[in-house]
Design a protein around this ligand. Structure first.
Ligand SMILES: CC(C)(COP(=O)(O)OP(=O)(O)OC[C@H]1O[C@@H](n2cnc3c(N)ncnc32)[C@H](O)[C@@H]1OP(=O)(O)O)[C@@H](O)C(=O)NCCC(=O)NCCS
Length: 180
């Protein structure tokens, strides 16, 4: 791809995930996981597991959006509901954009759409852990209303290096910024 194409994201659509996106979502997830810097996964889960995950998200009405160029998924954002009834108001957010499409507003479009979907689905609290070196993700989360709650010390160990994570959460009744 040439630089001119990279800077043009006007052709990128942000849409709810559907079954035809699964193979390409799996590829995008694998690309970001194999960077070994940002995600818990160091490679994507096998395709059948990824398919089960996405189909369960769709069936449960959990919000998951993808950024697509033609048929190619170049980014995603999803919120999974906590299992136990006493925690069912809480959702865990995960997201990623493949490297060539970063820094052009796609992450913001994805998180805005997904948070709006979560609010409509009745979630009250959205939470995540982000590695402390991940300054662009932290800046994005703070911009949309996430607040730091604490540090998970030695949350991960990648290539024999421990990484601390920052726990962040957004409470919908503390913010009216969603989608603005
Ligand atoms: C985090 C991530 C999803 C953000 O997506 P993106 O498309 O690059 O982000 P955007 O272009 O929409 O930027 C949104 C905001 O993030 C912040 N941001 C983005 N890139 C940044 C950078 N390089 N440095 C500092 N802040 C940055 C800015 O606050 C920006 O808002 P602004 O443009 O108004 O200043 C993307 O960088 C990514 O996929 N990273 C690797 C995977 C990952 O970290 N996932 C989250 C794990 S918790």
């Amino acid at each position: 791809m040439v630089a001119g194409e990279l800077s043009d994201i006007s052709h990128v659509r942000v849409v709810p995930i559907s079954p035809e996106h699964i193979d390409s979502f799996h590829s995008a997830l694998d690309v970001v996981a194999r960077e070994r810097r940002y995600l818990t996964m160091l490679e994507a889960t096998p395709l059948p597991e990824t398919r089960d995950f996405v189909m369960a998200m769709i069936e449960k009405g959990n919000p998951q959006f993808v950024a697509v160029v033609g048929a190619e998924v170049v980014g995603w954002c999803d919120i999974s509901r906590q299992f136990f009834p006493s925690h069912a108001h809480r959702g865990n957010l995960g997201m990623g954009v493949i490297p060539a499409f970063r820094g052009r507003g796609l992450g913001r479009r994805l998180i805005d759409a997904t948070l709006r979907g979560a609010q409509e689905a009745g979630f009250r609290r959205i939470e995540l852990d982000v590695y402390e070196h991940n300054t662009s993700a932290i800046a994005l989360y703070e911009k949309v209303g996430f607040v730091r709650e604490g540090v998970v010390r030695r949350a991960a160990c990648i290539d024999n290096q421990f990484i601390d994570a920052i726990s962040m959460a957004l409470l919908f009744d503390e913010t009216n910024q969603i989608g603005n």
